[in-house]
Design a protein around this ligand. Structure first.
Ligand SMILES: [Zn+2]
Length: 384
């Protein structure tokens, strides 16, 4: 499968590689430690691993990178973490900078190559402030085609099913709606086996992360958080996506980051980055917090590409809950799902690294992260 050395085949391989980076980080942050917590039972051995290091002199900037909120997307996140540790850490000033590098926010999903958690929850729709208000609600697009979003039986004949779904989705939704079903679908809070389920309480990975997150902010003046995803936005490009909690316009962000592919995401119930950014802003109004989602695009943006995405989400969810009669169909669904969230294409994986450097450079420079003063060091981040 993967050829590029930054990418792993399995969750365990990826985690072992990440844990192994402890000694690399120790060269620059002697106080670094590996914090590990289980999601689910200990026997299942699904863990979130965090390399935690603090500034040695003055706690100014805290760099947070999170990977794998959407399980299968954690392979791209893990590649980015490795890139950051290998190429960026040696240049960053450990006297004023702290680190929280988070591998596999949703380890169950990463192990099983699903986006959602064991409870079928999309964590990026699970950060709800007022559960009473939201529980039981369903978005309008979901209602319109409810019976395709909730699996009722096994996949009998995938080829026929794909054709049928194609026409039903095409007929039911406009191109704009299909685009938002791909990149910014609203959650639904009613059907536990349905697509886009946001839960009815905080799911374990969300609870664990959000409690730590606000505490991390306590001792630092400035938080810089990059949350790594794959599958959304234009094909083979990196989009940097900001929440409403960042007061700047897309235009200003583009200029300040010197980066073109920038988006502000629409306000969405359960959006994790919006929730976390606001939580820090409310608790520590005097601090500066920067939050940015890295989205590595995998497929095109035609009407058919949008339909392919929603269709694949539906098939993968149905396969998980109801199975498929034909063995070949199982592999076919898994192939489509990987194409969407973790492409095996070597050139795609190379692009992630290349564009990843551009994104990291843009963020670290615009947030003025301090470089270490080493005699003879170039004093810059890797050139792109
Ligand atoms: Zn994602």
């Amino acid at each position: 499968m993967p050829r590029n050395r930054f990418f792993s085949k399995t969750y365990e391989e990826s985690r072992a590689g990440f844990r192994n980076q402890l000694k690399e980080v120790k060269k620059y942050w002697p106080n670094v430690r590996l914090e590990t917590y289980h999601i689910g039972s200990e026997e299942e051995d699904n863990t979130t691993d965090i390399l935690t290091a603090d500034a040695s002199e003055e706690k100014k900037d805290l760099l947070i990178i999170t990977a794998g909120e959407h399980g299968i997307e954690g392979f791209t996140g893990s590649a980015l973490l490795q890139l950051f540790i290998e190429e960026y850490l040696p240049s960053i000033n450990p006297e004023t900078t702290g680190l929280r590098l988070v591998h596999a926010v949703n380890p169950w999903g990463m192990r099983h190559f699903r986006r959602v958690t064991e409870n079928n929850i999309d964590l990026n729709r699970n950060y709800i402030k007022d559960w009473e208000k939201i529980t039981g609600t369903v978005n309008e697009e979901f209602v319109r085609k409810k019976n395709v979003f909730i699996p009722s039986g096994p996949i009998e004949d995938l080829h026929k099913q794909k054709e049928k779904l194609y026409f039903r989705l095409k007929e039911a939704f406009t191109t704009e709606e299909l685009a938002s079903l791909k990149d910014t679908p609203s959650g639904q809070y009613k059907f536990k086996t349905g697509v886009f389920y946001g839960g009815n309480e905080y799911d374990e990975p969300a609870r664990e992360l959000k409690n730590r997150y606000v505490n991390w902010g306590k001792n630092y003046d400035h938080l810089v958080h990059m949350d790594i995803h794959s599958g959304g936005g234009p094909k083979d490009d990196l989009s940097l996506i900001f929440t409403k909690a960042d007061g700047r316009s897309e235009h200003t962000l583009r200029e300040e980051l010197s980066y073109d592919q920038v988006m502000k995401s629409p306000e969405m119930y359960g959006d994790s980055n919006l929730f976390l950014q606001k939580a820090v802003q409310e608790k520590y109004p005097e601090k500066k917090i920067f939050v940015c989602l890295f989205e590595f695009g995998t497929i095109g943006e035609t009407r058919d590409d949008f339909i392919f995405c929603t269709k694949t989400m539906i098939n993968e969810n149905q396969l998980y809950f109801k199975g498929a009669t034909k063995k070949g169909d199982i592999e076919d669904v898994q192939r489509d799902f990987t194409k969407l969230f973790y492409p095996e294409r070597e050139e795609w994986q190379e692009l992630v690294i290349e564009k990843g450097r551009k994104g990291l450079n843009a963020v670290l420079a615009s947030e003025r992260i301090q470089l270490r003063e080493v005699p003879g060091a170039s004093g810059t981040f890797p050139s792109t």
